[in-house]
Design a protein around this ligand. Structure first.
Ligand SMILES: Nc1nc2c(ncn2[C@@H]2O[C@H](COP(=O)(O)OP(=O)(O)OP(=O)(O)O)[C@@H](O)[C@H]2O)c(=O)[nH]1
Ligand SMILES: [Mg+2]
Length: 190
């Protein structure tokens, strides 16, 4: 699967006509700092496309990227970022919940990115629960597997499968570009 074009379209906070323009969306959601923006850069092969940062809370708006003139990758802000002021993090969480629940958008896939080293946290479980209730097509991308020992990967996959309530698990590393092709194939095959 070759990515020919990947462009930033716009960042939104609240409703916007882009949500309902008929172009399929693949949404990336997860705790702050798990690598949502890095995953988008890795998948598209464009390093600076989505802004990334070592300090959590980089992505604040809901950012739309148009990929191969076919689908949007939607980069969401991270949930559960404790260092942000309560007011700011409430606003972020509100914005995420609005997109996944109230906006009535139904992405082709909603990708919950987790940190392989940390595993499925309570906030990830809560997010999965909300997504399930809202009828999302959820898959789990376990990022940062470069941090795991090779021998542990299989065991961890099984753990993530159970803890996510039986979702499809993809092992991934934005850093080492592991798992990109498999995901792209899934997103673009209908
Ligand atoms: N080791 C390793 N580090 C990674 C990987 N992917 C991302 N990172 C690092 O994790 C940090 C956060 O990455 P981001 O892509 O900004 O994370 P995010 O989920 O978009 O964060 P927010 O926008 O704050 O919610 C950066 O320092 C990245 O370099 C990976 O596969 N392996
Ligand atoms: Mg980000």
């Amino acid at each position: 699967m070759k990515i020919k074009t990947a462009e930033f379209v716009k960042g939104i906070i609240g409703t916007d006509k882009i949500l309902f323009d008929g172009i399929p969306q693949v949404a990336f959601i997860g705790r702050s700092n798990v690598g949502k923006s890095s995953a988008i850069n890795c998948l598209t092969g464009k390093k600076g496309l989505a802004r990334t940062s070592a300090s959590p809370g980089k992505t604040r708006e809901i950012n739309f990227f148009f990929i191969n003139n076919k689908i949007y990758f939607v980069d969401l802000p991270g949930y559960g970022f404790s260092k942000m002021s309560k007011e700011a993090s409430d606003k972020v969480n509100e914005n995420i919940e609005w997109y996944v629940r109230d906006s009535e958008v139904k992405p082709r896939y909603t990708v919950v990115i987790i940190d392989s080293k940390v595993g499925v946290t309570d906030s990830d479980k809560l997010a999965i629960e909300i997504l399930d209730e809202s009828g999302h097509n959820v898959i789990i991308v376990a990022n940062k597997i470069d941090k795991l020992k090779k021998n542990d990967i299989r065991k961890k996959m099984e753990e993530f499968y159970t803890e996510s309530g039986g979702k499809l698990i993809f092992m991934f590393s934005a850093k080492d570009r592991i798992g990109c092709d498999e995901l792209l194939k899934l997103f673009f095959s209908v």
